[in-house]
Design a protein around this ligand. Structure first.
Ligand SMILES: [Zn+2]
Length: 142
């Protein structure tokens, strides 16, 4: 049976919103607040990604995780997840996104170093920021 994506992905980011035309400029460079809505259907937390790796990659990762939940897999805070990248695991860490808990995808840098390590590349360290801190003067989350 073919699996069907029955959740949505929001990507709050710098630039003009397709729907309202409002222009967002407050996100720190290389960050966004991309997240799913609808995983509660599977009694599961939604997922979030805050590194702006491009829409295709964000969709690929969030949808891959969603499809795995749909197929019966369950993820929790602190899990290391294989199968997203060939050469490294990602980690899922609980964060608050617009008043709810989500599992944030934490991606190690190209040397496979995770953000809490001082040697991690600067951009990847931004993944440790609270959701609000990614977009400092913005209070307009969808
Ligand atoms: Zn949203």
């Amino acid at each position: 049976m073919k699996q069907k994506v029955d959740w949505i992905i929001h990507c709050c980011e710098n630039g003009a919103c397709d729907e309202c035309g409002r222009v967002e400029t407050n996100f720190l460079p290389y960050t966004c607040n991309a997240h799913t809505h609808g995983m509660e259907r599977y009694e599961h937390m939604d997922f979030q990604m805050v590194l702006h790796l491009g829409h295709r990659e964000i969709m690929r990762i969030l949808n891959t995780l969603g499809l795995r939940v749909q197929a019966g897999e369950r993820f929790k805070d602190g899990d290391m997840v294989a199968g997203i990248y060939e050469d490294c695991n990602i980690r899922l860490t609980k964060y608050i996104e617009t008043g709810r808990w989500v599992l944030r995808v934490i991606i190690p840098d190209k040397y496979n170093v995770f953000p809490e390590d001082d040697h991690c590349m600067e951009t990847y360290r931004l993944q440790l920021l609270k959701t609000d801190a990614l977009c400092p003067s913005d209070r307009f989350w969808v």
